[in-house]
Design a protein around this ligand. Structure first.
Ligand SMILES: [Zn+2]
Length: 119
């Protein structure tokens, strides 16, 4: 089923949402960095269990940051090339407003995404 192409107001709306999200993410990343040193792993101060806890928390924070950086990059790419926005990278069809409203950074249409996940 073909999705209708985004209308100009729809596209503008989504792109301005992405701009806002970009600013938020950038602030978030800066906040993480300014929080300074990662978890202290002082062997005497913390027991083994809480050390593992601390390491896990650190790993989660890092994974989170990686995810945010990827998202940042993706939004920057979209904003640099807004003409391409809304079209599937795989088949070139319109991704559709429904999907983009939920996933504004979607690169694939629902069909191609489905095929990818079923591999
Ligand atoms: Zn597609």
């Amino acid at each position: 089923m073909k999705q209708a192409e985004l209308t100009l107001p729809q596209k503008r709306q989504l792109l301005s949402q992405l701009e806002a999200q970009l600013i938020e993410l950038e602030q978030e990343v800066i906040a993480i960095h300014s929080r300074g040193a990662p978890v202290q792993l002082d062997q005497q101060a913390v027991g083994r269990v809480s050390r593992i806890d601390a390491i896990q928390q650190q790993q989660m924070a890092q994974a989170n940051e990686t995810q945010m950086s990827q998202q940042l990059l993706r939004i920057k790419q979209i904003l640099l090339d807004p003409d391409e926005y809304g079209f599937c990278h795989e088949c070139g069809e319109s991704i559709g407003i429904g999907r983009l409203t939920i996933h504004p950074t979607a690169e694939l249409c629902i069909q191609c995404q489905g095929e990818l996940e079923n591999l």
